[in-house]
Design a protein around this ligand. Structure first.
Ligand code: SF4
Length: 358
């Protein structure tokens, strides 16, 4: 256990984190615009937990995960890893603590250098860190290969000799080579054939229990999140719409956006299949996000007050919070008298498409 490790405290503690990226405008000296990639996200992740981040492309999932491991500096807020503020560390200290956090990438075809053989790919992080003899390094690489279901016969082969699933196994072996305790799995199976999804997910679960790892799982695929995650957040346009235990969100989703995402999950139990909700319209630009609830332009239940009043994440039960005025009933009597809780006229028309049971 390292000096910073207190397993009673969260391994990750993000407090009011926002990440904006400046964008160059067409005219010099004009005020710069910014992409609001992540806005005011707070969360904690405990040791040994699997934490899911879900949402459509461009919702800020990967930016949030990169801020978690210190690769993107937040514009506001704090990121604590093992109670240490990552962005207050000196470069050398950051490099040392960064070894405890690793990433498994989506695409094992592009994340592995095709000119390296398996031994070079897996030993590279140890080689860079230094202090390991050639003999120990080879023994460690063989040990890692066995852990991920490959063998020492594969040591001197190149990535092109392997299938997608086997390449992802090599990527996993490389990610755990420095004995990290926190892994970000960024869509780890989405680039693979469906037939190997279960194998790779089972491998990740097996490794997690053997090595006592903490995972963050980024995924479009809610079925994956349902099966592997303890807690999760649903993000839309840089903000958290719903958060809590995966069990309570899947059993009792409250946010209209979560409902729409969940209705798209194919349930093998035909009797229990939900009516599919198809959200129409494009996601608004993160350069100029809606100022009230970020989801109101696509929300079939949007009320007049949702246009201007930002929706705060509020607890509806232990470990389950929702950012929706309809669910949280936040309008005051005066606001209700002013009609802010009334549906926006003609808004739902054309936004909510139900395609019957899948
Ligand atoms: Fe829809 Fe309003 Fe709830 Fe946002 S706050 S999800 S617009 S009902």
């Amino acid at each position: 256990m390292s000096e910073n490790e207190n397993r009673d405290r969260p391994i990750i503690d993000m407090r009011n984190v926002s990440v904006d990226f400046p964008v160059k405008g067409p005219i010099p000296f004009m005020p710069k615009k910014k992409v609001r990639a992540v806005t005011d996200v707070s969360l904690t992740i405990d040791y040994g937990e699997t934490f899911g981040i879900v949402g459509e492309s461009g919702c800020g999932k990967s930016t949030l995960a990169n801020a978690m491991i210190g690769m993107v500096k937040p514009t506001a807020g704090d990121v604590l890893f093992k109670d240490v503020d990552l962005f207050k560390l000196k470069r050398k200290e950051f490099k040392r603590i960064r070894r405890d956090m690793q990433m498994i990438f989506q695409d094992p075809y592009s994340s592995l250098n095709p000119r390296f053989n398996v031994y070079q790919l897996i030993s590279e992080p140890m080689f860079i860190r230094g202090g390991v003899s050639d003999e120990d390094m080879k023994a460690r690489v063989v040990e890692l290969l066995e852990l991920v279901g490959l063998s020492d016969d594969d040591l001197y082969r190149h990535p092109s000799d392997f299938s997608g699933g086997q390449r992802q196994r090599i990527g996993i072996a490389r990610a755990i080579s420095l004995n990290p305790d926190f892994l970000v799995c960024d869509e780890p199976v989405s680039a693979l054939d469906v037939s190997v999804h279960a194998q790779i997910l089972n491998l990740l679960v097996e490794i997690q229990s053997k090595l006592k790892l903490t995972y963050v799982f980024i995924s479009h695929n809610l079925a994956v999140v349902k099966n592997v995650c303890d807690n999760m957040i649903v993000m839309y346009l840089g903000k958290v719409m719903e958060s809590g235990s995966a069990e309570s969100i899947f059993r009792n989703p409250k946010h209209p956006y979560t409902h729409a995402l969940l209705s798209a999950v194919l349930d093998v139990d035909i009797e229990n299949r939900k009516e599919r909700v198809v959200l129409k319209g494009d996601i608004p630009s993160p350069i100029d996000p809606p100022k009230g609830c970020r989801f109101w332009k696509r929300c079939p239940f949007a009320m007049t007050g949702c246009k201007d009043k930002p929706a705060e994440l509020l607890d509806i039960e232990p470990n389950h919070a929702v950012a929706c005025h309809l669910v949280n009933d936040v309008f005051t009597d005066a606001e209700k008298d002013a009609g802010l809780n009334q549906p926006i006229e003609d808004h739902a028309e054309g936004l909510l498409g139900t395609h019957g049971k899948k």
